[in-house]
Design a binder for this molecule. Sequence first.
Ligand code: COA
Length: 376
Amino acid sequence: MSGEHKGGLEDVVVSTSDICLIDGNEGRLVYRGYDVDELVEHSSFEEVVYLLWHGGLPTRKELVAHTRALASTANRRLPPKLLAILRALPRKTTPMEVLRTGVSALSAFDPDAADNSRDATLRKSIRLTAQLPTLVAAWERIRRGKTPVAPDPRLGLAANFLAMMRGARPSPLAVKTFDVGLILHADHEFNASTFAARVTAATLSDVHSAITSAIGALKGPLHGGANEQVMRMVERIKTPVRAEAWIRKALADKARVMGFGHRVYRVEDPRARHLRRLATELGRQTGDTSAVEILDIVARLVSADKHIYPNVDLYSGAAYASMGIPTDAFTPIFAISRVAGWTAHVMEQHANNRLIRPRSEYTGSTHLAYVPLDRR
Ligand code: COA
């Protein structure tokens, strides 16, 4: 790398956008002008989806119509042939692989698949946002040898997802917590998966292709996969009394501790604060606060030692685990929410498109003489 660029496109501004602002020094996250702290307090995930797609808060009438569209069985249900594809997959297939495959396959059943107009992309975005929870929950049931639970149009997205996953009505606190988790993950500017979506959309490819790209990028442990790794760490630590020794050894070994650090935030990620509070409340309700206690000890020691702070992935897993969600479904849940932001970015990209095609600084040889095969 030459001295001019730091690698990883750090601090490189590739485009303007009206969707999301991250103030990494103040620890603020803003969607379309509204602070997430306000949205967490007053809004629902469905309303935030409207905000991201349309650029402003809905009227009551608009919100009712939008929520109804996201909840309708026509939009939430999976085509029976897609369920047959899921059933044909090996049971060991991870939920993230299933999501990537499922979203790609859904385009084959979508009546608007080839239409990239704003109206068609909006219809497809509604369907994708409605279908992703059904897909994740259906796989959870299928891999356990159970029948998928049909979506319930009377329930909001959070309650319906939890009901489809567990086959039982979730508690109001679980629904509220899950909904806030969805709001907090809905968008995050030009993160790796969103950028992947925009790069794909910028070739004038369709929204299903863009979301499939995004899911592939989200899967990695440096991005959405971090919340699963945090929970694996909690499982290895086992009890709060073991946490200090465990993390001191990890720090001495120069290990990368998942759930900490961020390319943009220089202070604590504002999302981590909300998720910590909710994970604590849920832990109290279920009578097991040990995961949060372990994470608090880890957070104190890592922050003091490395001056890096908790990110969104540190406490989200503890909250999901309290709801009985298996660890390998945490990243798909991230996708259930982030699809709102990804699709908003695809629409913004298409509205003012230019092919995204950067350059590399070539550092290889330039004038090698070709050596015939039998003389090498
Ligand atoms: N644990 C230990 N050290 C960390 C760290 C972590 N989680 N995150 C950053 N660091 C350290 C690096 O070792 C590096 O130190 P050095 O300069 O002494 O080598 C320095 O902080 C900068 O790290 P770098 O990897 O260059 O930062 P980045 O901007 O490329 O990476 C992340 C950002 C998010 C990929 C990185 O912080 C990370 O890997 N975090 C863990 C994964 C995670 O939680 N991802 C979810 C993000 S929301």
